[in-house]
Design a protein around this ligand. Structure first.
Ligand code: NI
Length: 180
C-alpha cells in the first residue's frame, strides 16, 4: 500500500479525459487500494485516478460518515445508465480544491454500471451522498471539476485563491471534512 500525491487545481492534468481500463488486473487492483488509502488519509469521501496523475477511468468512494463502518467501493469504467429527473442541491468539496465548498445541482438518483476490483461487472442504484460522490468522481474522468458546475464568477474566485495559495506555500493543513 502506498500514499499517492493528490494534484491541486489549477493544473492541466485535472482537465484531461481519462481512458478506459482494458481489464482490472492485479496492478489495477493495487492502484485502487492505494487510491483508497490516499483518500482515507486525506481525508476524503472519493478520489478519481486523474487526481493522482493517472489518466484511467478509475474512482474510489466511501460514503460512510463518522462512526459508521467503512463502505469502500472501487470502480473502473463507471457509466451512468440511468439518472432521475429529480435533482438535488448538495454542498461539494474536492481534495483537488482544498477548503473550497459550493452547492452543486445534480440528479438525485442514479444507476451505475462499473467493473469492480475483481474485474466483475456490477450495477448499483445510488442516491443521497453516494450518488453525489459517484457523479463528482466521474466528472474527474472527463476533466470536469465541481467548480465547472457553478457560476464563472465564483469559479474564477476559487481558482484565483488556489493559485495564490500554491504560490505562497504547499504546507497548508487541510480541513476537508467532505471532500472528494
Ligand atoms: Ni473531486
Amino acid at each position: 500500500m502506498a500514499l499517492l500525491d493528490i494534484i491541486v487545481a489549477p493544473d492541466p492534468r485535472l482537465k484531461r479525459k481519462a481512458s478506459t481500463v482494458e481489464r482490472v488486473d492485479a496492478a489495477t487492483a493495487k492502484l485502487m487500494a492505494d487510491m483508497l488509502e490516499t483518500m482515507y488519509d486525506a481525508p476524503g469521501v472519493g478520489l478519481a485516478a486523474p487526481q493522482i496523475g493517472v489518466l484511467k477511468r478509475i474512482i474510489v468512494v466511501d460514503p460512510a460518515r463518522d462512526d459508521a463502518p467503512p463502505a469502500p467501493m472501487m470502480m473502473a469504467n463507471p457509466e451512468i445508465i440511468w439518472s432521475s429527473e429529480e435533482t438535488k442541491l448538495h454542498e461539494e468539496g474536492c481534495l483537488s480544491l482544498p477548503d473550497e465548498y459550493e452547492p452543486v445541482t445534480r440528479p438525485d438518483r442514479i444507476k451505475v454500471r462499473y467493473v469492480d476490483e475483481h474485474n466483475e461487472i456490477r450495477t448499483i442504484d445510488a442516491d443521497g451522498l453516494l450518488a453525489v460522490i459517484i457523479q463528482h468522481e466521474m466528472d474527474h474522468l472527463d476533466g470536469v471539476l465541481f467548480v465547472d458546475h457553478i457560476s464563472g464568477l465564483k469559479r474564477n474566485m476559487i481558482l484565483r485563491r488556489l493559485t495564490k495559495q500554491k504560490k505562497m506555500s504547499t504546507s497548508g493543513k487541510r480541513h476537508a471534512v467532505e471532500s472528494a
